[in-house]
Design a protein around this ligand. Structure first.
Ligand SMILES: *[C@@H]1O[C@H](CO)[C@@H](O)[C@H](O)[C@H]1NC(C)=O
Length: 444
């Protein structure tokens, strides 16, 4: 009994002491505390950001845009070389052109000794074309917290890019920031007949990663990854209206070892397009729609290289024109698309859930496509179709598709479909094999 009483008293004393302590802490100024926390975070961040990201690739980001609503004080300088773009004149007033300031701040970070970070603090910056070019003395980090409003006039872009990261060994871009391409109805209309600026380009970047960045309303493609090796794009949010042609979310080409993970993409064109010369590409945990789906191609328009080794998994496509697509042009060079697996995919009201189209943008009197498609696997694809042909394998009359696997396909007609015929599959020049559930029944 006495023991119990002592215990209760000790407990009450502890609670009181804690309450006193915490009220004292509240009374103390908050800012330095937060500052020191962010200093700790910042110190950690550049050290092993990507490995951390890779170890936990399944974490779905629910973080939506305005991280910067209540501006934190800028993180203090650390490791000798944080370059705050504002010290070079970047102005978060939403209208002064901060392009030169960004370029100069980058040059300062790029040429400094030791690892360095370019910081774009919260606020709205207006900017035309920005060049973040290497080679740099060290791996680079960009902490992108603010919003960049792109110059809306497409004619102001000489190289057709909003931000260009180029020639870099080691790059990490992160921070919750937003690049607003300021595309609009007129830009997208003009974009049908000319190439519009790409919001963010990564070119010749090795061992790079971009994560927790938002891209909205690009004039042209939102992001391109070209001639890169070992590059991750993670937890991105890419948004444009369904009626914005040629605004692909992420386009990959001539790159090896690219991973696109846990991202939400909805635009007026392909969510992800995997173009020529892509090898060893992984696409995991994508929510796609609206848009044209996840595509390999289009391949074979110009002198191009083969696509080998693509793995797309754990992704959902909603209200898209296509689901999983391989598209190649007529009269193409002799290249290949092979070693491609689509696995564990959910479709919601997709028009062409599974489609190989080797007559892409062709009319009848044009020659065949010479892109050899082989070793392609569609496994565990389920959900709803809004068109009656849920599987289309329209292969080349010159080089039939080979080794096309359909395994555990379970597609049903959506209640929202305009016509209520049973679902079917159509094939031409396709050598397929199937196992498991087959809905619609496979063509032979
Ligand atoms: C890939 O790049 C990351 C940085 O993004 C790096 O940490 C990792 O070591 C690289 N992997 C290889 C195999 O070079």
């Amino acid at each position: 009994m006495a023991l119990a009483r002592i215990f209760v008293f000790t407990f009450l004393f502890l609670v009181l002491a804690l309450a006193l302590l915490s009220s004292a802490a509240e009374g103390a100024p908050r800012r330095p505390q937060r500052g020191s926390k962010s200093r700790r975070n910042s110190l950690k961040a550049p050290r092993r950001p990507t490995r951390k990201g890779l170890r936990r690739p399944r974490v779905k980001s629910t973080r939506s845009q305005p991280v910067f609503k209540a501006p934190l004080p800028p993180p203090p300088l650390f490791i000798g070389s944080v370059v705050d773009a504002r010290t070079y004149g970047a102005t978060p007033d939403g209208q002064s052109n901060s392009k030169m300031a960004f370029n100069q701040a980058w040059t300062a970070a790029c040429t400094s000794n030791g690892p360095s970070k370019l910081l774009i603090p919260p606020g709205q910056y207006y900017a035309g074309e920005i060049y973040f070019q290497g080679p740099c003395k060290n791996p680079m980090t960009v902490e992108f917290q603010g919003t960049i409003l792109a110059d809306p006039n497409a004619d102001e872009y000489q190289e057709n890019e909003g931000i260009m990261f180029e020639n870099l060994e080691g790059l990490t871009v992160y921070g919750g920031g937003t690049y607003d391409g300021q595309g609009g109805v007129q830009t997208w209309k003009n974009g049908r007949s000319r190439v519009m600026p790409i919001s963010i380009k990564f070119q010749k970047v090795n061992n790079g990663a971009v994560r927790d960045i938002n891209l909205v309303n690009s004039k042209g493609f939102h992001m391109t990854i070209t001639s890169c090796t070992n590059f991750s794009a993670e937890r991105l949010k890419i948004t444009a209206p369904g009626e914005s042609p040629r605004t692909d979310g992420i386009h990959i080409s001539r790159s090896n070892g690219v991973r696109v993970l846990n991202s939400v993409i909805g635009t007026g064109d392909d969510c992800i397009s995997i173009g020529d010369g892509s090898t060893d590409v992984q696409v995991i945990g994508i929510t796609c729609g609206p848009g044209h789906g996840i595509s390999i191609g289009s391949l074979g328009k110009l002198l191009e290289q083969s696509v080998k080794g693509v793995y797309v998994t754990q992704s959902t496509l909603s209200n898209t024109q296509n689901g999983l697509r391989i598209k190649t042009f007529h009269d193409s060079p002799h290249i290949e698309a092979s070693g491609i697996t689509f696995e564990d995919i959910t479709m919601k009201d997709v028009k062409n859930p599974i489609i190989i189209d080797q007559n892409y943008q062709s009319n009848k009197n044009q020659g065949a496509s010479f892109v050899r498609i082989s070793d392609v696997h569609f496994r565990n694809v389920r959900g709803t179709s809004v068109s009656n042909v849920a599987v289309t394998l329209d292969c080349s009359s010159a080089i039939p598709c080979e080794g096309i696997e359909l395994a555990d396909i379970d597609l049903t007609l959506s209640p929202n479909a305009p016509k209520k015929f049973p679902l079917s599959a159509t094939c031409s020049n396709a050598k397929i094999f199937s196992r498991g559930k087959q809905n619609p029944p496979p063509c032979r």
